[in-house]
Design a binder for this molecule. Structure first.
Ligand SMILES: Cc1cc2nc3c(=O)[nH]c(=O)nc-3n(C[C@H](O)[C@H](O)[C@H](O)COP(=O)(O)OP(=O)(O)OC[C@H]3O[C@@H](n4cnc5c(N)ncnc54)[C@H](O)[C@@H]3O)c2cc1C
Ligand code: SF4
Length: 331
C-alpha cells in the first residue's frame, strides 16, 4: 500500500471543499471496496477524506424514499419503511456481500463500487484499460465468465457488480450530489456509464462532487406488493451475480398496469430498457409476456468464449423473477 494522508470532515461543505482542493483525494465511506483496492495497489489516492461523520447523511426519511449517502447497507435493507414500501431494494441489498460487510458499506460507496473484473483487480496483469488507459483488455481473450454481454466496447467488457444499483435502476431512483457550484440531481440511468472508449470512467459524478442522497419516486412504492430480486450466482451466498433481475409489477386484476425491470451482471451499468417494461403493460401476467419482455431487454446481446451461457440464463431469469414477483410480497 502507498502512503496516504487522512482527513476527517464533519459536514458536506467541508467534504466538497476538501475534495475540490485535491485532485488525487478520494472520499472514504465504509472502505470495503476502496481500502481493498488500495491494498492491492489498484487505487492510490494521496488523501482519504473520511466522510462517515458528515452530519445529516445517515438517515432514511420520507417513508423510505429519501436515503442518506451514509446509510449503511444493513440499516437500509432492514428499515421498516423500506421493507414496506420498497421491498425490491431491501431484497437486493440483502443478497449482497455478507452481514459484516453490509454493516460497514454505505449507500454512496455501493453506488460507486468498482468492477470485479479479475484483470482490473490484479496488477500482475498489465493489460486493463480501466486501470491503465491504453494498455488493452485482458478479458477480451482471457477468462471472461463474469463479463458483460450488453453495452460493452472493444476497450472494456467489465460489469457493474452492485445488487443495490439494479434495484435502484428498476425503481428509477435519482442521485443527489453536491459540488463547489451547488447541488444537482442525476437520474440513476445517467449515473453509471457504458465503457465506450473511456472505460476508466465509471460514472458521471465529477471528482469534486459528493453524493448526499438517493431519492426514490413515491410511485415506485406501487411495486411493493409484487416485486422480486433474483440473483443467479456460482455460490448461494457471498458471491457476485452472474445475472440478476430486479422485477416489479403493478397489477389490476390479472392485467399488468405497470412494470419495472432492470438486470445486473450483464453490463457496465444496470441494464434497463423502457420498451421492455412498456411491452408488458396491458398484457396478462404470464410466461409469454415475461419472455417477450426478456427478448426486448436482451436484444443485441453478445457473449464471449466463457460467458455466452449468460444470454439464455438472463432471459430465463427475467421470466422466473417476474413469476416470483407475481406470487406476491416476500420481503
Ligand atoms: C468480499 C466482498 C463481497 C461482496 N459482495 C457483494 C455483492 O454480492 N453484491 C454487492 O452489491 N456488493 C458486494 N460487495 C461490495 C460492497 O457492496 C461494496 O464494497 C460496498 O457497497 C462499498 O461501500 P463502502 O461504503 O464500503 O465504499 P468505499 O469503499 O468507502 O468507497 C467506494 C468508492 O465510493 C466512493 N464514495 C463513497 N462514498 C461516497 C460519496 N458519498 N460520494 C462520492 N463518492 C463516494 C469512494 O471514494 C470510493 O471511490 C462485496 C464486497 C466484498 C469485499
Ligand atoms: S474488461 Fe475492463 S476492467 Fe476488465 S480487463 Fe478489460 S478493460 Fe480491464
Amino acid at each position: 500500500m502507498n502512503p496516504f494522508a487522512y482527513e476527517r470532515v464533519m459536514d458536506d461543505k467541508a467534504a466538497v471543499h476538501a475534495i475540490a482542493a485535491n485532485k488525487d483525494a478520494k472520499f472514504l465511506g465504509g472502505g470495503t471496496n476502496l481500502i481493498d483496492l488500495m491494498k492491492d495497489n489498484v487505487e492510490h489516492p494521496s488523501t482519504l477524506i473520511d466522510i462517515t461523520r458528515v452530519q445529516g447523511l445517515a438517515e432514511v426519511s420520507n417513508g423510505g424514499a429519501m436515503i442518506g449517502a451514509l446509510v449503511r447497507n444493513s440499516d437500509l435493507a432492514n428499515h421498516a419503511d423500506v421493507r414496506k414500501n420498497y421491498p425490491l431494494l431491501s431484497m437486493a441489498l440483502l443478497s449482497g456481500a455478507s452481514p459484516q460487510l453490509r454493516n460497514l458499506a454505505t449507500t454512496g460507496g455501493n453506488l460507486m463500487q468498482r468492477t470485479r473484473c479479475y484483470y482490473f483487480m490484479d496488477t500482475a496483469f498489465p493489460a486493463c484499460n480501466k486501470r491503465k488507459p491504453g494498455s488493452g483488455c485482458a478479458a477480451l481473450t482471457g477468462f471472461n465468465r463474469i463479463h458483460a454481454i450488453l453495452g460493452q466496447s472493444e476497450e472494456c467488457i467489465a460489469t457493474n457488480p452492485s445488487d443495490m444499483n439494479v434495484a435502484l435502476a428498476a425503481l428509477q431512483a435519482e442521485v443527489h450530489v453536491e459540488g463547489p457550484k451547488g447541488k444537482r440531481t442525476i437520474p440513476i440511468a445517467e449515473f453509471h456509464r457504458l465503457p465506450g472508449k473511456t472505460p476508466q470512467i465509471d460514472t458521471t459524478l465529477k471528482h469534486e462532487e459528493l453524493i448526499t442522497h438517493v431519492a426514490l419516486p413515491s410511485s415506485a412504492s406501487e411495486f411493493a406488493t409484487h416485486s422480486y430480486y433474483l440473483k443467479v450466482r456460482d455460490r448461494q451466498s457471498y458471491a457476485f451475480a452472474l445475472v440478476s433481475v430486479a422485477a416489479g409489477l403493478m397489477m389490476e386484476g390479472d392485467t399488468i398496469k405497470r412494470a419495472a425491470l432492470a438486470m445486473g451482471g450483464v453490463a457496465h451499468k444496470p441494464w434497463r430498457k423502457k420498451e421492455a417494461e412498456d411491452a408488458m403493460v396491458g398484457k396478462q401476467a404470464n410466461a409469454q409476456t415475461f419472455s417477450a419482455a426478456a427478448e426486448i431487454l436482451l436484444h443485441g446481446a453478445k457473449g464471449y468464449e466463457h460467458n455466452s451461457f449468460k444470454i439464455e440464463m438472463a432471459k430465463n431469469s427475467v421470466v422466473r423473477a417476474f413469476s416470483l414477483a407475481l406470487v406476491g410480497r416476500t420481503a
